[in-house]
Design a protein. Structure first.
Length: 177
């Protein structure tokens, strides 16, 4: 069975509620998921680009899991994208387009409530609109960008019931990529 790669980028994973719970749920299925925590793999933030590229080449489904900070991904994930998706490997005239056809999706935790992420909401844009640069990036490298998965309202003390239901739904989301 082919595994799905889950790239986790959370600078404070130990104090996380949702991201940590998602990982716990994923860990129940070691035959299905490779959980790749960038911060624990690279505590000095020095990325082994070849290792990362080989890991990406070994799977067909990749999920980038992260908290949505300041309406963007954590800086280390941006660095990972910049360092790993290199010209000549991921894109370019003489590239092998090594990510072509691979399914990519985002799994995002947002502190803000979902109602605030819409045209009539406080922040005027949906999470899908705010994450459009990811969609564009993965289309640029000929990958198959899929809809995102989100947990909204993390700052508003979600119930344990909500967290548990969301963790189960996360697995279903990944299975249906």
């Amino acid at each position: 069975m082919e595994k799905t790669l889950i790239i986790v980028t959370h600078p404070k994973l130990g104090s996380s509620k949702i991201n940590k719970r998602w990982i716990q749920e994923l860990q129940k299925y070691p035959d299905k998921y490779i959980i790749h925590d960038l911060h624990s793999t690279y505590p000095t933030l020095e990325i082994d680009v070849i290792k990362e590229q080989l890991l990406l080449e070994s799977v067909n489904k990749i999920v980038l899991q992260f908290p949505f900070y300041w309406f963007n991904c954590p800086p280390f994930l941006k660095k990972w994208i910049d360092d790993v998706l290199t010209h000549g490997w991921a894109f370019g005239k003489n590239s092998g387009y090594k990510l072509a056809g691979k399914k990519f999706a985002l799994a995002v935790t947002a502190g803000i409530k979902e109602d605030d992420y819409r045209a009539s909401g406080q922040y005027e844009y949906t999470l899908e609109e705010l994450t459009r640069p990811f969609e564009t990036t993965f289309k640029y490298v000929n990958a198959d960008y899929r809809p995102l998965y989100a947990f909204y309202g993390e700052e508003h003390n979600p119930t344990q019931e909500d967290i548990e239901a969301n963790a189960k739904n996360y697995i279903n989301f990944i299975e249906n990529l």
